[in-house]
Ligand binder design. Structure first.
Ligand code: FAE
Length: 559
């Protein structure tokens, strides 16, 4: 079976060893981990490895550079700014996930979710809404700044991570470099030689991407479900591929052997992983803090951006308590401002700024070109002689690669059902090439951006997934499951894990993320990508951010 290539040099690593082997970077990460741990131990909302006197934000409330958010694009940017010696403040609306609760764990699992699971909700909202039409996965919870948010916009809901590390805290760790031909199709103005020669390898290495041991895969218990899906795909003449991951597969082996505490094998995914996962706080953000130039402020939500007559920016920031109450309204100045609040967050900030007149020169492309990466979820019923097993790794390791299909390109992740019992279910998250795009408008009453996306725009995603999985069902004499999504539908396209676009590269910004109409204002996250990557997106977001900040540091005279 083909292994998807991870560009660049990447070696197996244990979870807590530094991810990039150069000694100066190892030292930086060590300093960064120390800063994260002491902030957690002391309950601080300001995280910094620097002495107070050197901290990035001076008493005047001004920082040379501010990065909004702590997800992939933001983390890359902060590391590179810090390495260049530029004092940088990161503002993150979520909390730091580094302190154990009363059960001794930082995160809760999917089977017994508690308030840590979700961002200010009264009940969890798991993607599998039902099982045998019963709502078994969800629990009533207390409102809290939990790690997973589901932002609901009528016909479309978007899952996002909240906290230091953004989506890296909750995602399935699948680290996939897109096919070059499709990358060239979606971003034709970006030099693909440079991306595939320099920036994808750099991103994969810094993220700590690793591959599964194919021999272990064939015999382990925890991927029986994936082997069953592979067999049924093969019967339909379809190709499967291993997918690289930022979950440490060596740790996973030890989980199955029972020699280390379980995480991926203990139903931990989407509400965080207590072990094994190289989330950004273990990679880029630790290294960024370790430069001594980067400070992270948690529970700080940016609400507004104003440009001063001297060309600097002033941010309105709400500091919140864990009960959601605003405890302080602050203003923070910056010369260079980087938006890394994700497709929803960054787009909302600029749509609001344009419509309320604080950044009136933003162009009409701000808020356009948003897509779901063609996400559709579906399940097939397994035969009694082909069951997936009760022990399923929460970290996917296999995909059906039918992207070369000329009519209905699909890359379908073989998703786990980590229910701890036999569910007779094969689950998939299909990524399809849906050409439909949504856009954001400003709603003055709620002072928020609203996504305009209709149910009919999701139809091409279902059509493509159906064409592929009809073949699988025919070849295996199996049927779709219609008990999983809260009603009797077999395909769920009313949510996405992969929001992309809103501030598209070359349209709302120039070809390096510089916002059109404003100097020293940059976008650095998934909002740059025009709605689709054809694979799970965080490697693309990371590599593009590496490319853009490289250019900005060379050309824009940052000091
Ligand atoms: P993101 O990681 O979303 O970070 C944005 C950060 O900004 C967050 O921490 C926000 O809390 C913060 N923020 C937002 N607004 C504000 C504000 N106004 N003020 C201050 N802070 C703010 O951005 N992708 C893959 O490639 N592989 C996978 O296996 C995968 N699985 C996923 C599973 C789930 C359940 C989910 C939800 C997503 C998954 N993704 C996966 C998607 C991936 O996590 C996502 O594309 C990236 O995290 C997006 O990165 P950004 O840098 O755009």
């Amino acid at each position: 079976m083909k292994v998807l290539e991870v560009p660049g040099d990447h070696r197996p690593m244990s979870p807590l060893t530094p991810l990039i082997p150069q000694s100066s970077l190892s030292r930086r990460k060590f300093l960064g981990f120390t800063a994260l741990n002491s902030a957690a131990a002391l309950g601080l909302t300001t995280i910094s490895a620097a002495q107070a006197a050197e901290s990035a934000e001076s008493s005047s409330g001004f920082s040379p550079a501010v990065v909004i958010g702590t997800g992939y694009g933001a983390a890359v940017t902060a590391l590179r700014l810090g390495e260049a010696g530029i004092p940088t403040v990161m503002l993150e609306m979520g909390r730091l996930w580094n302190t154990a609760g009363s059960d001794g764990k930082v995160f809760c699992d999917m089977l017994q979710p508690d308030r840590r699971a979700m961002w200010f909700k009264n009940r969890t909202q798991a993607p599998l809404a039902s099982f045998l039409w019963l709502d078994l996965a969800n629990r009533d919870i207390a409102q809290y700044p939990g790690v997973l948010d589901k932002v609901n916009y009528g016909d479309m809901s978007v899952y996002v991570g909240r906290g230091v590390g953004g989506g890296s805290l909750v995602n399935g760790a699948m680290a996939v470099t897109p096919k070059r031909s499709y990358f060239e199709e979606i971003l034709p103005a970006v030099d693909a030689d440079e991306m595939y020669g320099t920036y994808f390898p750099r991103a994969n290495q810094a993220l700590g991407v690793n591959n599964i041991d194919p021999r272990w895969f064939e015999t382990c218990r925890s991927y029986k479900y994936a082997r069953v899906s592979r067999k049924s795909a093969a019967r339909a003449g379809l190709k499967t591929v291993f997918v690289p991951s930022v979950y440490d597969f060596e740790y996973l082996k030890q989980e199955e052997a029972g020699t280390v505490p379980r995480s991926a094998l203990a139903s931990e995914v989407i509400y965080g992983n207590n072990h094994g996962k190289r989330s950004l706080d273990k990679s880029y953000l630790a290294a960024a803090l370790g430069t001594g130039k980067v400070t992270i402020k948690t529970l700080h939500q940016v609400r507004g951006i104003i440009r001063q007559t001297d060309g600097t920016y002033v941010l309105t920031v709400h500091e919140t308590a864990e009960n959601g109450a605003v405890v302080a309204r602050k203003q923070l100045g910056a010369k260079y401002l980087f938006l890394g609040a994700g497709s929803l967050g960054s787009t909302e900030l600029l749509v609001r700024a344009r419509e309320t007149g604080t950044l009136p020169d933003l162009n009409d492309e701000v808020g356009q070109g948003w897509g779901t990466n063609g996400n559709v979820m579906l399940g097939r019923a397994n035969h009694a002689w082909d069951l997936g097993g009760s022990l399923q790794s929460g970290m996917p390791a296999l995909g059906i690669d039918a992207w070369d299909d000329p009519v209905n390109p699909v890359f379908a992740e073989v998703a786990p059902v980590p229910a701890g019992i036999e569910t007779w279910l094969s689950l998939y998250l299909a990524i399809t090439k849906n050409p439909e795009r949504g856009h954001f408008t400003y709603d003055a009453a709620s002072d928020s951006a609203r996504l305009r996306w209709t149910a009919s725009q999701g139809k091409p995603s279902i059509d493509a997934a159906k064409s592929l999985f009809d073949k699988v069902n025919r070849a295996n004499r199996t049927i779709y499951r219609s008990d999983l999504f809260g009603d009797t539908r077999s395909f769920e396209n009313r949510f996405t894990y992969h929001p992309l676009g809103g501030l598209v590269l070359g349209k709302a910004t120039d070809l390096y993320g510089r916002v059109k109409g404003y100097r020293n204002l940059y976008v650095t996250d998934g909002s740059l990508i025009p709605g689709s990557t054809g694979v799970n997106p965080f490697v693309t977001i990371t590599a593009l951010a590496e490319r853009n900040v490289d250019r900005v540091l060379r050309e824009d005279g940052l000091r």
